[in-house]
Design a protein around this ligand. Structure first.
Ligand code: GUN
Ligand code: FE
Length: 449
């Protein structure tokens, strides 16, 4: 069925640029955006079976968020990390929880609640890590299909530095998982498997290589962690006797166009060059990086080098499923990085060319188009280009219980400036209460109005 959405529309047209379209019309045929043009009341003649949604003055249509890195089984642990940092956090909090997903009823309970919470926060596509367990991870895919979350679903491959109950590095398990996924969604339009070695220390080199070959053979994307924590990096170099962390993955054939590298905080210049050369994407996870005191990734530098960057919530090292909050943290942490660098390097604080500070446009673009690029899905989703699928949210700055107060006395009179003012309020103060409607694949899947 055809659907019109009429009002103010905002989307990223480049990784550093949001386009604000006031008083526009989007026409969606089924799940595909067929038109996006200025709205003219006089010429508007919808047919009786077509749905028409008029946005109010305080609303705008925005693309659905893309969460490029989230661990579904860790959802029960959000907020629970104590004083730990990465390596002890994994042993103390994470592995015991992931072990419980041997029981499929835990998967049904946790995963259905997680997906509901993500959709409620405007996330319409996710790149998930499950656990080593094939049945529980297949359950995650089934629930994504049922609840309308687009995604990549990874069975986690790990066989070292883990308790016995979380040890399954067999490629046969991955093949079984992939075959079951192919039966579930043969087209892969909604859910598709993704090859997921947990991180270099979890796997023998031969296993990493085997996974690289499997990804190549099955034409699948890859996701893993890289360069998150200084002790981890030192350990990887000792374990594999390589010059750098990225070299391990490169030698195993894992660095490719659709590889998602989570964190990438402490990269050397050579590693950044390698990532750029191989055209891999980076999942920036600022909430997680602050919680586990991992560091501040120099994202502005990555964007300047034209490396693809999206945002990841990294639940439960990150405490929230909200990509919006991660956009906010990306902004705030980038400003701290500028401050730190300006002190140590004595860079002129006003020299914009050298600043590490992100802009609101960059943060919201990473949350949508950047994420789609990182997941190699930017031909399908990420913004409202004609021909893409409608994954979107209606944002209302004045929704019920909104945390945002708007004062007429400070509202810009020009329409474009007013929408931009709303965008700033939303990214710094907003939350799930401002996301009042969510569409995935053209279907309305959340409605609070
Ligand atoms: N490195 C290896 N496993 C994990 C994980 O589950 N979360 C994070 N943040 N880093 C990891
Ligand atoms: Fe992670």
């Amino acid at each position: 069925m055809g659907k019109y959405i009429i009002g103010n529309i905002v989307h990223a047209v480049q990784v550093n640029k949001l386009e604000i379209l006031t008083n526009h019309l989007i026409y969606v045929n089924g799940n595909i955006i067929e038109r996006c043009s200025p709205f003219s009341e006089a010429e508007f003649k919808p047919q009786s079976h077509e749905e028409v949604i008029y946005l109010t003055q305080t609303q705008f249509l925005f693309p659905g968020f893309v969460d490029t890195h989230i661990h579904a089984p860790q959802y029960p642990n959000t907020g629970i990390f104590g004083e730990s940092t990465l390596l002890d956090w994994l042993q103390k909090y994470t592995f015991p929880t992931e072990g419980r997903f041997k029981d499929i009823s835990n998967a049904k309970d946790v995963y259905s609640k997680l997906i509901k919470r993500q959709l409620n926060n405007g996330t319409t596509t996710s790149s998930y890590y499950g656990t080593i367990h094939v049945p529980a991870t297949i359950e995650l895919a089934k629930l994504c299909l049922e609840q309308n979350m687009r995604g990549r679903i990874g069975r986690v491959c790990m066989e070292k530095f883990c308790p016995e109950f979380l040890n399954d590095g067999s490629i046969e398990s991955d093949i079984q998982f992939i075959e079951e996924m192919e039966r579930l969604d043969p087209s892969g339009a909604m859910v598709k498997p993704i090859i997921t070695p947990r991180f270099a220390p979890s796997c023998e080199f031969s296993t990493l290589k085997g996974l690289g070959e499997l990804a190549e053979k099955k034409k699948l994307s890859i996701q893993t962690h890289v360069s998150e924590n200084l002790n981890e990096i030192k350990w990887v170099k000792e374990l594999f006797k390589t010059k750098s962390y990225c070299d391990v993955y490169d030698e195993a054939g894992l660095l490719k166009k659709d590889t998602i590298l989570a964190h990438a905080i402490h990269l050397t210049d050579d590693e950044l060059n390698l990532i750029k050369e191989r055209d891999c994407g980076i999942s920036h996870c600022p909430d997680s990086n602050a919680a586990l005191a991992s560091g501040i990734a120099p994202v502005k530098k990555y964007l300047r080098r034209k490396v693809k960057v999206g945002l990841g919530t990294d639940v439960s090292a990150g405490c929230t499923v909200s990509v919006l909050k991660n956009a906010r943290l990306a902004l705030l942490m980038s400003r701290l990085l500028t401050q730190r660098e300006s002190e140590s390097l004595e860079i002129d604080k006003l020299n914009k060319d050298k600043s590490s500070s992100l802009t609101v446009d960059e943060a919201l673009s990473m949350a949508t188009l950047g994420g789609a690029q990182v997941m190699s899905m930017d031909k399908e989703i990420g913004n409202f280009e004609i021909g893409k699928k409608l994954d979107a949210q209606i944002v209302d700055i004045a929704s019920d219980n909104s945390e945002i107060d708007i004062f007429d006395m400070s509202l810009p009179s020009n329409e474009i400036d007013r929408v931009r003012y709303y965008l700033n309020k939303w990214v710094y103060i907003g939350d799930d209460r401002n996301t009042v409607c969510v569409f995935v694949d053209g279907k309305k899947v959340v409605s609070k109005i």
